[in-house]
Design a protein around this ligand. Sequence first.
Ligand code: BDR
Ligand code: CA
Length: 311
Amino acid sequence: PRKIIIDTDPGQDDAVAILLALASPEELDVLGVTVVAGNVPLPLTQKNARIVCELAGKPDTKVFSGCNAPIARKLVTAEHVHGKTGLDGPVMPDPTMPLQDQHAVDFIIDTLRAETAGTVTLCPLGPLTNIATAFQRAPDIIVKVQEIVLMGGAYFQVGNITPAAEFNIYVDPEAAKITFASGVPIVVMPLDVTHKALTNRARVEAFRNLGNEAGRMVAEWTDFFERFDKEKYGSEGAPLHDPCVIAYLLKPDLFSGRHVNVEIETTSELTLGMTVADWWGVTDRTPNAMFMGDVDAEGFFALLTERIARL
Ligand code: BDR
Ligand code: CA
């Protein structure tokens, strides 16, 4: 199986992504789950990550707590989307599995140093603070990363936290800039893709009817999460942003996009955190990321349902 580190700020959609990965041990070896502040502050995201690992029946998963604030800015959170706990919806028991003692950034650095070069994939599902901090502190690990597959950014389907910026990139644009300039091969799941991976009644009921706890939780998280998008965008359901990252690792053919240059805006007040993707190739800037644009939503939900059924 492919070795991955999931870097996350759960978040209902992060939670579904973690479930998808832990339900796929034949393809994915989750070396660790590193947690960052984002949707809600760090004490909640680290707790939520453990709740989700326990729900998956994998309490032996290593969960590491990381950075509690962006590199150069104050933390912006998203309780308006995810609720006060970050995992609002069903009432869930407090986790009993331990949090690892090591800091997430140290875990990322040590793991990449110990593993053979080109064998570990990083899967960031939140602000890129932990990843960029690791790269800054230990630049020698950069060449050892196989690939970064991340959820963040937008191009045609511009922002969800400001008119120009997507939440994960906006929260820590300096970290995003460091990551996109690192030279590591990057695959981006922007809002353009995730707003095509929308829940609807049939898809949510399929989760609820799986007959297991995980399916019921996914349905209840989605019920909560949908409220925001229905009101805000008038869409039928909610975008399952972060699971797109894990789905890509399992079935890359579900997605299509372009290998383009992506730069991160870090100074403009109006467009802070914008992912400036050269989709039409109008500059001679070197492509640094596979920027996805489309997803086979039916195939995506079929995969998700089939895997959640295994938990
Ligand atoms: C991203 O922001 C968070 O609210 C979600 O978990 C996702 O990672 C979408 O913009
Ligand atoms: Ca997230």
